[in-house]
Ligand binder design. Structure first.
Ligand code: FAD
Length: 284
């Protein structure tokens, strides 16, 4: 076991993000994916948290399974939405009992039809409670192209700097041009923040769902990328281009001094395996 903050301190990290499956078939897919990427020895893997409702236990189920069945170091995502301080406290006690040492503390997005009333408004409120016991390495979200609810760039960066004054590191939303990351890190540095900001890299396998996610989280899909993918003849060619673009971007990010690469896997192993092979990211 190792806290992510310590792994970040000892060289560029490799990490993968998964989402908790909802069906038996999707569980088998995730199991196969994890078996395929575990030999790449990522420094940590993260498991997302549902927007609300009855399926939120799935994050805990997946990290518990990982702890029991694999050598992976899990990071559980947790959001503010609908949570009260006492349920967060119980969840954190349970994570401690299971040996989960890393939490990504997030604002979350209010579900269209769910209950959003709770004790937390912003991620910074939740971060304070997650950091308080002193036993978790705490990560936060960063949005290189600004969070869509931020009224301006200065306030976006100020709130992120506030989160990083308590948290240990940030993981970014996906983006497609290295300049967004460099500008983010420079702006944080101007605010006196030098905590690690791990860039999130999304290998595109299918453009339509990525366009939907990008529209929600304020990521621009550059014209050159949209055109390259539109010219592809079949889904295999789209995935090949998406992986090639991710390899290029990850290489540029590492050359720019990024403290690691966080790959959004969408629970599929192929792109993660290819990016790691191309950049020699496998850890021994
Ligand atoms: P916050 O930090 O609360 O910021 C939200 C907005 O409020 C920003 O505009 C910010 O500038 C502003 N703000 C912050 N503090 C203040 C303040 N004190 N006063 C006024 N304004 C303020 N969502 C999920 O539901 N589940 C997941 O598992 C998940 N994983 C994610 C992983 C990563 C790496 C990233 C980047 C995002 C993830 N998200 C996830 C999405 C995230 O929950 C949304 O982007 C959400 O809208 C904002 O989260 P945040 O932590 O940035 O919120």
């Amino acid at each position: 076991m190792a806290r992510i903050a310590e792994r970040l301190a000892s060289g560029p990290t490799l990490s993968f993000e998964f989402f908790p499956p909802k069906t038996a078939g999707a569980q088998l897919t995730l199991g196969r994916t994890i078996a395929a990427v575990e030999p790449l020895k990522p420094d940590f893997v993260s498991v997302t948290y549902g927007a609300g409702g009855s399926d939120r236990h799935r994050t805990g189920d997946v990290v518990t399974w990982m702890r029991r069945e694999t050598d992976l170091e899990p990071m559980a995502h947790l959001t503010c939405v609908g949570h009260h301080r006492d349920d967060v406290a119980s969840l954190l006690v349970e994570y401690r009992r299971l040996g989960v040492e890393n939490i990504l503390a997030l604002g979350g997005d209010p579900p269209k039809d769910g209950d959003v009333a709770g004790d937390y408004q912003f991620a910074s409120d939740l971060i304070a409670d997650v950091a308080a016991p002193g036993c978790f390495s705490v990560g936060v979200a960063a949005h290189p192209e600004m969070h869509p609810r931020s009224p301006d760039r200065a306030s976006d960066r100020r709130h992120l700097a506030d989160k990083l004054s308590v948290a240990d590191f940030a993981v970014t939303q996906f983006f497609f041009e290295v300049e967004h990351y460099i500008r983010l890190v420079d702006e944080l540095s101007d605010l006196g923040v030098d905590k690690p900001v791990v860039p999130g890299v999304m290998p595109i396998a299918n453009l339509a769902p990525i366009q939907r996610m990008a529209a929600m989280n304020g990521t621009e899909i550059p014209k050159w990328l949209g055109e390259r993918i539109a010219a592809a003849d079949d889904p295999a060619e789209v995935a090949r281009i998406g992986t090639e673009v991710a390899i290029d971007l990850a290489g540029q990010l590492l050359a720019a001094g990024a403290p690691g690469i966080h790959l959004y896997t969408l629970n599929r192993p192929d792109a993660a395996q290819r990016v790691c092979a191309a950049l020699d990211l496998r850890h021994d």
